[in-house]
Every structure is written in C-alpha cells, then in structure tokens.
Ligand binder design. Structure first.
Ligand code: ADP
Ligand code: MG
Length: 330
C-alpha cells in the first residue's frame, strides 16, 4: 500500500538550529497518526513541511507516492487546522467555512450547500450566521475543522487543535475527532505535546526529541516497550533504572524501565527494591509514593484508599516478572 506521507531523511535547519534532523516516516493511508514531543522538538515544522509552507533543507517528502518538492501548498490536497484556529473575525461561520471554496471559484449556492454539509458534520448547523467572536472555544474549534474539511483533503494536519480547550471539553473533542476520522477515513496527522491525548487517539505515533524521532510505533509499543530513556520518561513518566540497578533486579546490565502502576508496596526486606519514602503525591484516583531506592528514585502508584506509609519510613517494592522492560538504547 502507498503511504499517505513519507519522509526520507528529511532535515530542516534554521541557521544553526536543527528543527528537523534526519527524520524518516511512513504514515499509513487512512490512519490517525500522532506526533508527540515536548515544545520545540520539531513537530510544527514537520507539519509545515507536509503542507508545503516550509521547504526541507535536505531529504525528500512524498504524499501518496509523489515527490512534492515542486508542488505548492494549494496543490497538495492537504489542509491544516491551526491551534489558534485562524478564523476570519469579520466573516460569519458559514462564510468562514465556505472561504476555501470561494477562492477555488465555486458558485455561491454550491459552496453554501457544501458549507452547510460540513457544519452539520461538526454539529454547528444552527450557527452559520454567527461571527467567530460569538462562539465558545469549542465551537470555534469545530468551525476551524469544518473549514479545513470542506476542501476534502486527503490528509488533514492538526497542530495542537485542542490545546486551548479546558480538560472536560478537550476529552469530549478527542472522542469526536477520533470518531470523525474513522467515519471519513481521511489520514489525520495530529500534533500534540500531551501524551494522554496521543496515546488515546492515535493508531500509531512518533515521539519527537530535538528534531529527531526517538521512537515510532503503536501506543502500546511506546508505552509498554519504550526504546530508550527519553521515551520511557516522556510517555507515562516511567521509573528509569540504570544498568547496575537493572542487574541487581535480575536483568542484564542495561537501562530498563518499570511502570509505576506495575509496582506493589511490600514490607522492606525480602525485596531488592527498598528505601525511605521521599515523596507522597495525591493524584485523585490514587497516590504516587516515591522512595529513594538503591541507585535510583522509584515511584509507585497505589489506588485511592490504600493505607499510606509515612515520609521517611522504609518500604519495599515488588513487581511481577515481565514488568521490568530492558531498553534497546540508553
Ligand atoms: P514544536 O512544534 O515541536 O514545538 P517547532 O517545529 O515549532 O517545534 O520548532 C522546532 C525548533 O525550530 C525550535 O527550536 C524553534 O525555535 C525552531 N524554529 C521553528 N521555526 C523557526 C523559524 N521560522 N526560524 C527559526 N527557528 C525556527
Ligand atoms: Mg508546535
């Protein structure tokens, strides 16, 4: 199958800044693909390279098999939903959505019919006459989505589209976006710095660190089998254990990770992992207990209602065989 988007050793430098630094990618057609990474790791630059608003310093980008280096943004069959929505404040919702079709020269009746269809899709059909300023943040987000989808892109790029919404609305929109993507079958490339968002929405994801891909895989791959320390720490804040600790726990002399939820509190003595409690953090659904273990700080998450140790009290931690994940790279 032809990939929707392919990066072949793509770089984009801004002076001495390597914003994108030798990225290889294959995004399957019809998939929900996430780019996850901290601020400044090169995610937006990758989207801009796909949309054509940015040109690579080196390497090649293909969209549905076609090298796009000479193809301008308006001929790439790709649309972007921006974090700040970038709506026209003086146009009403209907005209905002129909704008792209007007630019393409579509007659008024036809473009309004199409705009209405899109507003229906995002459940805003009653809002066509309003100005963006008269909408909530969530509604503006939907207008931005409708405005991008009206062009019938084969690839939709979304740059932190839910970043401005409060948690409850963000979770509702995550479900809606995912359902919409599945219904339309369009390839979504979704940029976020929020690991929960990426893990819950994506079919596969790339973890970015300083312009490079630290790991690429399914949510389960990157969460359960992080390839390196950066991924283990960034995705789900795992306990990252140096080689000597891994070995003391029965593994090889290599870096490893242990998920906080895979650990259980046990009496000190009889376990290789023990130490004084240095942190107790209430998380709502549970509490994170941190101990100063031999060679590393180790955190465990216990469910709400569990009897908690005192600060400074020495406790042990145990884990099921198989929970210790040995990483391929440091
Ligand atoms: P992200 O979206 O992951 O936060 P960006 O792709 O926006 O990261 O930026 C990656 C790096 O490239 C950052 O260090 C940023 O400052 C730099 N950068 C991005 N665009 C430009 C530009 N037009 N000129 C100079 N530096 C840029
Ligand atoms: Mg960005």
């Amino acid at each position: 199958m032809t990939a929707a988007v392919t990066f072949d050793n793509v770089t984009r430098h801004f002076g001495s800044v390597r914003a994108v630094d030798g990225v290889d990618l294959k995004i399957a057609e019809g998939s929900f693909f996430a780019m996850l990474g901290p601020s400044g790791s090169g995610k937006t630059t990758c989207l801009r390279l796909i949309s054509g608003f940015e040109q690579p310093t080196g390497g090649a980008i293909r969209i549905f098999g076609e090298d796009v280096s000479a193809i301008p943004p308006n001929r790439r069959n790709v649309n972007t939903v921006f974090q700040d929505y970038a709506l026209f404040p003086h146009l009403n919702v209907r005209d905002n959505v129909a704008y792209g079709l007007m630019v393409k020269g579509m007659a008024k009746a036809a473009r309004y019919a199409k705009a209405e269809e899109m507003l229906n899709l995002v459940k805003l059909d009653a809002y066509g006459d309003r100005k963006p300023g008269q909408l909530s943040g969530g509604q503006r987000q939907r207008v931005a989505l409708a405005r991008a989808l009206v062009n019938e892109p084969r690839v939709l790029l979304l740059d932190e589209p839910l970043g401005a919404l409060d948690l409850k609305l963000r979770e509702a929109m995550q479900d809606e976006l995912k359902a919409l993507q599945q219904r339309l079958g369009i390839t979504f490339v979704f940029v976020t710095h929020d690991q929960h968002e990426a893990l819950s929405m994506a079919d596969s994801l790339a973890i970015f660190n300083e312009g490079r891909i630290a790991q690429i895989g399914t949510p389960e791959d990157v969460y359960a089998r992080p390839a390196n320390r950066f991924v283990a720490d960034f995705v789900g804040s795992s306990n990252v254990l140096p080689p000597e600790v891994t070995r003391a726990l029965g593994g090889p002399a290599a870096w490893s990770s242990l998920r906080p939820e895979a650990l259980q509190v046990a009496p000190a003595g009889g376990t290789a992992l023990a130490g004084p409690v240095t942190g107790l953090r209430y998380l709502g659904a549970g509490t994170r207990i941190t101990i100063a273990g031999p060679g590393a700080d180790i955190s465990v998450i216990v469910p709400a209602g569990t009897a908690l140790p005192q600060m400074g009290e020495t406790i042990g931690l145990t884990f099921a065989p198989g929970a210790l994940h040995v990483m391929e790279h440091a």
